[in-house]
Design a protein around this ligand. Structure first.
Ligand code: DCC
Length: 194
């Protein structure tokens, strides 16, 4: 981490986030960025199947039902799975900016245990943007959208180009994604970002 700040607080000079003019309207489902994604992919049998909806500004809400396959302790969600749900929710915010970004840093507070079959109600917003760095924050509640807080996270996402995935991803999946019209549509939507 030499030369890097561990802080998740935006530095002086960071700007408020700007919602992309073509971002989905508040209440609209965002959809999955990749059908095999462990967080949001509908075709991923082991995944969380998290569904996110656009909110006002650069914010969103998301829901994820904890399944038996997500246990750590008996009957309780694994902390890493909850961190994944937070990561996915925070990552989805970048769609509202029309910026492709990957998680650089994620800090999670586990406030109360989350039993299997519970719906985790997440809300997230981008706090600020500084160059390629996107600072965001999320909260997960149980028992309803206004229920008690179970998890919280703050994160730093770093903007990348589509080439990031093409250079680093395994060939088979990259080739399949490049040949998939739905995936091409997602990539094109990012490319129109001014
Ligand atoms: C088609 C649609 C698909 C859409 C696909 C969307 C996928 C979303 C998936 C869900 C989210 C995930 O799981 S993403 C998967 C998990 N994350 C990853 O795999 C990322 C792995 N890490 C990397 O590839 C790299 O480290 C990067 C890209 C993050 C940064 O490398 P880089 O591009 O060379 O940039 P670099 O110069 O190092 O850093 C740029 C600035 O960010 C800061 N910075 C970078 N990393 C960190 C860090 N960990 N902690 C603090 N600060 C950091 C630097 O200090 C610098 O600040 P300054 O000097 O400018 O101030």
């Amino acid at each position: 981490m030499s030369g890097r700040t561990a802080s998740l607080s935006p530095p002086a000079g960071a700007m408020p986030p700007v919602r992309h003019p073509e971002a989905p309207a508040p209440g609209e489902l965002l959809g999955s960025h990749y059908d095999q994604c462990f967080g949001c992919g509908g075709a991923q049998p082991h995944g969380l199947h998290l569904e996110a909806r656009a909110g006002e500004g650069v914010s969103l809400t998301a829901e994820f039902r904890v399944k038996a396959a997500h246990q750590g302790a008996p009957g309780l969600a694994h902390g890493g799975v909850l961190a994944t749900a937070l990561d996915e929710t925070l990552g989805s915010l970048n769609w509202l900016l029309r910026v492709i970004a990957v998680t650089g840093r994620l800090e999670t507070d586990f406030v109360r245990p989350v039993p299997v079959d519970t719906v985790l109600h997440l809300d997230a917003h981008v706090v600020a943007v500084h160059g390629r760095k996107i600072y965001s924050s999320a909260t997960g509640r149980i028992g309803g959208p206004d229920g008690p807080v179970a998890v919280r996270a703050t994160a730093l996402f770093i903007e990348v180009k589509v080439d990031h995935f093409i250079s680093h991803g395994r060939d088979a999946e990259i080739k399949a994604a490049l040949a998939d019209p739905d995936q091409q549509r997602v990539a094109r939507a990012f490319e129109v970002n001014p």
